[in-house]
Design a protein around this ligand. Structure first.
Ligand code: GLU
Length: 458
């Protein structure tokens, strides 16, 4: 069999949507699975709605997700250029072919594609006008996901508008022919176009590619398809929140596909190995942001320390309003704080608030935690005992700190837990956080003692 050639063909007319990312991903996965070629083609014929900013965003988002293209803008390739706005001469050439074979004609300034078959006029109730219908047999779309789908094309359709610009159907098919595309993998919203496209392939004497129309992504809740306006619909948004691209890729790969068992967390190499069309569902996939957040947390947990700290640093730099200015002043301390928090947060975006008290004395005190920590016995007396012992304790290791606290507790006939709540509250203002000994070690003796003493004095 000849080599698989697939393409992702976005139009740069808006932000990069989760649905577009999933279409790009399925194309890329199929190319990598089959050892084929992944082409990026920019469908930018709609000059009024295109923007360079959106074009950049497509490149940036694909690169961020790790979806490298073998041919396309900035990569080159033998059948370029890969932006439709640069391919006008080719479209005229193909139009001429259709005209020469009698399959295109002009009417009222526009150019129409002529279907084969007898014609007759009928009055269309809906459009309130007489139209020419063609006796045609239904086009069969043999879809790798949907199976056999039939659609009747019984009216000639416009391929060049009266302003001289070619129509989507035409350029899409011409490019798929000229770029040797073997498989068209795209959103199900294009299934209704496939019959027109197949008519065009045939009229141009080209083999029809295999089709795979991917089911839609449904909104988080309620009926209906996810749209660009829905919350959580943009790739950019997850990137700005510090999500990990590998988590998003894993999540997106499961939006409509499954490996045949109920595995969820899978390295991309494993997804590539298993990805194929029998595994893509016919039913629509529901977007579940909680599942994405959970997936992200699983990846964060096992992220190598250097990368976690680097991502956290980028996030703090990007959101200066969310963290004290001094947070990034001492890189070694920042690193310790972040690594202590890594197993505790669900997302990078939680870190500024979660770690605030490490970097400033101006942190909130949780009233509920105060009530809880001070409810039993004489916690202030316990804190005084602890304060005393911590003056000479070894702050360099969690184990030694734990021994110190346990010894204080044992002397009073109490347990570690009796000291934990009040101590945590005194040094961090909260009832939750990293383990107490790690917290002490990273904050360091000076801060810990100062805060306990301030708390006792208050
Ligand atoms: N430019 C079209 C879109 O963004 C591509 C359609 C196709 O993949 O054939 O939906």
């Amino acid at each position: 069999m000849s080599q698989v050639r697939v393409r992702f063909a976005p139009s740069p007319t808006g932000f990069f949507h989760i649905g577009s990312a999933r279409t790009a991903l399925f194309n890329w996965l199929y190319a990598r699975h089959t050892g084929g070629v992944f082409v990026l083609r920019i469908e930018d014929t709609d000059q009024a709605r295109n923007s360079d900013e959106y074009l950049r965003l497509i490149y940036d988002s694909l690169r961020w997700l790790g979806l490298d293209w073998d041919e396309g803008p900035e990569a080159g390739g033998a059948v370029g250029p890969y932006r439709q706005s640069e391919r006008a001469a080719l479209y005229r050439e193909y139009l001429q072919k259709l005209k020469d074979s009698g399959r295109a004609y002009e009417k009222d300034g526009a150019v129409y594609f002529r279907l084969l078959g007898d014609r007759h006029e009928v009055f269309d109730e809906h459009r309130k006008k007489t139209v020419v219908k063609v006796r045609n047999t239904p086009v069969v779309i043999d879809d790798m996901i949907r199976g056999r789908v039939e659609r009747l094309e019984d009216e000639d359709f416009v391929i060049f508008r009266s302003d001289g610009n070619p129509v989507f159907h035409f350029v899409n098919v011409v490019d798929d022919i000229a770029m040797g595309i073997t498989h068209v993998i795209r959103g199900e919203d294009h299934l209704s176009n496939a019959s027109k496209h197949i008519e065009l392939f045939r009229a141009l004497g080209a083999p029809v590619p295999r089709y795979a129309h991917i089911p839609l992504i449904l909104k988080q809740s309620g009926p209906g398809k996810m749209s660009k306006r829905d919350k959580g619909a943009l790739v950019e948004e997850y990137r700005a929140r510090g999500f990990l691209p590998e988590a998003l890729v894993n999540f997106l790969s499961l939006l409509g596909w499954n490996p045949g068992d109920d595995r969820e967390k899978m390295a991309v190499a494993e997804v590539i190995r298993l990805f194929d069309f029998p595994g893509v569902n016919q039913s629509n996939a529901r977007f579940d942001e909680k599942k994405l957040a959970h997936m992200n947390m699983l990846y964060l947990l096992e992220l190598p320390a250097d990368r976690f700290v680097a991502l956290a640093g980028e996030h703090f730099a990007r959101r200066p309003e969310e963290a004290p200015a001094q947070a990034l002043a001492d890189p070694a301390y920042f690193r310790e704080v972040m690594l202590l928090s890594q197993p505790k947060v669900k997302g990078i975006d939680e870190l500024p608030a979660y770690t605030r008290y490490f970097f400033t004395e101006d942190y909130p005190v949780d009233a509920k935690a105060v009530e809880k920590a001070l409810s039993r016995g004489d916690p202030k007396a316990r804190l005084r005992e602890l304060d005393e012992a911590l003056r000479t304790a070894d702050f360099s290791s969690d184990t030694k700190l734990e021994e110190t606290i346990k010894a204080v507790a044992a002397k009073a006939g109490l347990g570690f837990g009796d000291y934990q709540g009040p101590a945590r509250l005194a040094v961090s203002g909260t009832g939750v956080g990293p383990n107490l000994t790690g917290l002490f070690r990273v904050l360091g003796r000076d801060r810990v003692l100062r805060r306990i003493e301030r708390f006792l004095g208050a």
